[in-house]
Ligand binder design. Structure first.
Ligand SMILES: [Zn+2]
Length: 422
């Protein structure tokens, strides 16, 4: 790109007096030297470097611009994040809920949600996705996902076929490597641990308001809002997946639930005449081809489709069903797996969550129903939707449970098994 264009942009950046908030403490203290692509850092770099390094700066700017332009789409859409926040809210104890309310009490609502049907956790769950596109929080964009560097892995990260896959005899080298894929905690697994560890156990009780300064209040609020969001993100399989296709963002697909949706016709038989008409109307409305990319199918399309077809378009009804699913899962082996390492403040746990999502991505998201890899231009049929929907629902539920446990342990200092629902 032309050097003059860079000069022009830098001048523009210098003239635009934007408010740049300090980077929250975890990412200030963990790695002081990390380069954040904020206007302030760019200006500081220009002021402190000799002109001879101008080209280097320009190259860095181009790099930053590219990072911003090609960064993956937001994780779970607004619905998914709100569902996770609202379910977690129902799972936490009254004591923990009081801590949460206290931390959020002076939230100015910027980037928040005015949906009155959302709980305090649900209404801030989507904040980080809006904030990342603001000047003040550009730096946080890479914290929404894990890029598993499949290009550096022998054999890459091919789709897995669970049937017949025996981990004891087969070697599968595609794994989340924290040092390689989350250097300096710069990924969603590190972000969850860092922001969790900002929460002061027992210090911010419902009545203990005098100790916090406005600044630390603000950082605490941000930490909680980031945490609620990122626990959702890490459980979206394509948010811990291949760097080479940016978590499925570069794989354009057609999402067409009505093609080959045999599973629907069986459930339709039990519908009465009027219900059937209603079903058909909804089905027609929502069964048109969606041209999309694989990532956004998992962020939004599957959830939206289910919400409209199965829950009359009501997010609350879908939440109710998922809450019941959580209750029914207790005391099962599945529950034990959810609870094996549920503390977001522990990198061993968040690493496990990332590894789990990678496994789900390679088994369910990147694979067609016949086991072949999803490729550019593929049509994701009704069968893909029907078989992946339970995975999406399970991911939302487990995210909510782990978020609730993390808050119990790190806000109220509870033992991990004391989630109110247990
Ligand atoms: Zn996100």
């Amino acid at each position: 790109m032309d050097r003059h264009i860079f000069r022009f942009r830098i001048l523009l950046a210098l003239r635009r007096k934007e408010t740049v908030y300090p980077t929250p403490s975890p990412y200030r203290t963990v790695n002081e030297s990390l380069y954040y692509p904020s206007t302030r850092n760019i200006v500081m770099l220009l002021l402190t470097k000799p002109f001879s390094s101008f080209l280097g700066v320009a190259a860095s700017l181009l790099g930053c611009a590219l990072v911003i332009v090609i960064e993956p789409a937001a994780a779970w859409g607004k619905d998914g994040h709100e569902i996770v926040g609202n379910l977690a809210w129902r799972l936490i104890s009254n004591a923990t809920a009081a801590h949460v309310k206290n931390i959020l009490r002076r939230d100015d609502g910027s980037y928040g949600d005015d949906d009155e049907s959302s709980s305090p956790l649900g209404s801030v769950a989507d904040w980080a996705d809006k904030a990342r596109y603001s000047q003040a929080f550009h730096w946080s964009a890479p914290l929404h996902y894990i890029d598993v560097h499949d290009d550096a892995i022998t054999g890459g990260c091919p789709v897995q076929n669970r049937t017949g896959f025996d981990p004891s005899t087969e070697t599968f080298s595609c794994q989340f490597d924290y040092a390689r894929d989350c250097a300096n905690d710069w990924c969603v697994a590190g972000a969850i641990a860092n922001f969790t560890n900002q929460l002061p156990i027992g210090l911010v009780g419902a009545n203990a308001t005098a100790t916090a300064s406005p600044d630390s209040d603000e950082l605490l609020r941000e930490s909680l809002k980031f945490l609620v969001h990122f626990v959702g993100d890490i459980h979206q399989p394509l948010h811990a997946s291949r760097a080479s296709d940016r978590g499925g963002n570069t794989i354009d697909v057609h999402f067409n639930r009505s093609s080959g949706a045999e599973a629907d016709s069986s459930s339709m038989k039990s519908l009465s005449g009027r219900d059937y008409q209603e079903y058909s109307r909804r089905n027609l409305r929502h069964s048109h081809h969606h041209s999309s990319n694989l990532h956004s199918v998992w962020d939004d399309s599957i959830i939206k489709e289910s919400m409209h077809v199965d829950y009359h378009g009501s997010r609350q009804s879908m939440e109710e069903a998922l809450f019941q699913f959580i209750l029914d899962t207790q005391n099962t082996d599945e529950w034990k797996a959810w609870m094996a390492c549920p503390n977001g403040g522990d990198r061993a746990c968040t690493s496990l969550w990332g590894e789990e999502s990678l496994d789900y991505a390679l088994t369910w998201a990147y694979a067609n129903v016949d086991g072949t890899p999803v490729r550019e231009g593929d049509e994701l049929s009704g069968e893909y939707y029907e078989t992946r929907l339970p995975v999406v629902k399970e991911r939302l539920a487990v995210a909510a449970v782990r978020l609730a446990v993390t808050l119990e342990m790190n806000l109220a200092g509870q033992e991990r098994d004391s989630v109110a629902v247990v």
